[in-house]
Design a protein around this ligand. Structure first.
Ligand SMILES: [Zn+2]
Ligand SMILES: [Zn+2]
Length: 323
């Protein structure tokens, strides 16, 4: 058993049966079976690090929370589809199922809860494995994402809490289009996003000339990588993101750590190992203590190979709980 070193950090991770409700029908890649081995390994990590890794329960958002980012029409549409329990929430990637609305409330509510836990100093850092649903737009679902927990939390941070600047870092294989376009013209949201080139992968966006618009120009850094890119390219790109973030003074770091960039993912073609996630989590962890009092919240995102989900997210949890 590892003992806690004096400078280890407290990481709270939310998991419970509610986490498994956000699961599309069997055969869909975003099915709760993808997290089975991660959850077992997480239990083991919590036993090994009883003083630094704490498990807590998912929390449901309110409708009012959703409206911080999403439109009323869209929220009503999801409720209705949730009652009917069939059809699609978008053009065909994101199916409705009975209770999809209630299940989605936990993806958002847990990210908001995590942000509060950090701000109230009840934990140093927080990880919501069922969050990071970065493709959802204000007025529609997309790419397996119903509500955009990251965008709701960012909206709360800048519009309700009054933070002047926050950072959003996204290493999922797919471009975080819902967050990017949600804040493309907002200079308060600094974005660094590494992903497989949109010419080869959904959602087909995130090119290097997309740097923000109007007065937000220069506040976003998109780094598309060729299919087949591995740890070496990732690490070089991540170092650029780290330097980029240091030009600003974010008060909070949101970290979407999708695991679908690892070699062997069934829907993306990058070739990272979990070293990519360990590197990113470790660097962002250090950076958070340097620039924003350690305020960093991780969100799971994609990842459709269970072994990869386990290794990538355990690497994140490990690096966020040790210094
Ligand atoms: Zn820390
Ligand atoms: Zn993805």
């Amino acid at each position: 058993m590892l003992t806690r070193r004096s400078n280890d950090c407290k990481l709270e991770i939310a998991w419970g049966y509610e986490s498994e409700r956000y699961s599309f029908p069997a055969g869909h890649p975003m099915n709760n079976s993808r997290t089975d081995s991660f959850v077992k390994a997480l239990g083991k990590l919590a036993v090994e690090r009883p003083r630094s890794v704490h498990l807590s329960k998912p929390v449901a958002a309110t409708e009012e929370d959703l409206l911080l980012f999403h439109t009323k029409e869209y929220v009503e549409f999801v409720k209705e589809k949730s009652r009917i329990g069939e059809g699609f929430l978008d053009y065909g990637d994101t199916p409705a199922f009975p209770g999809v609305y209630e299940a989605s409330l936990y993806t958002v509510g847990t990210t908001l809860f995590g942000m509060n836990q950090i701000l109230e100093k009840k934990t140093d850092h927080f990880f919501n494995p069922i969050g990071g649903l970065h493709h959802a737009k204000r007025e529609r679902a997309g790419g397996f994402c119903v509500f955009n927990d990251a965008a709701v939390a960012i909206s709360r941070a800048i519009n309700l809490i009054g933070m002047k600047t926050v950072a959003y870092v996204d290493i999922d294989a797919h471009h975080g289009d819902g967050v990017y376009y949600g804040f493309e013209k907002d200079e308060r949201v600094i974005i660094g996003d590494i992903h497989e080139d949109g010419r080869f992968l959904y959602p087909g966006t995130g090119f290097s000339n997309e740097t923000g618009k109007d007065k937000a120009k220069g506040t976003k850094l998109n780094i598309p990588l060729d299919p087949g890119s591995a740890d070496e390219q990732f690490i070089k790109s991540f170092d650029r993101i780290e330097k980029f973030l240091e030009n600003f003074e974010p008060e909070f770091i949101f970290f979407q750590c999708g695991a679908d960039g690892l070699s062997g993912d069934p829907i993306a073609q990058l070739q990272y190992s979990s070293k990519a996630h360990a590197y990113a989590a470790s660097k962002l962890h250090e950076l958070s203590h340097r620039i924003c009092d350690g305020r960093i919240l991780a969100m799971g995102g994609g990842g459709y190979n269970p072994t990869n989900v386990e290794s990538a997210w355990i690497a994140v949890a490990t690096k966020l709980s040790e210094r």
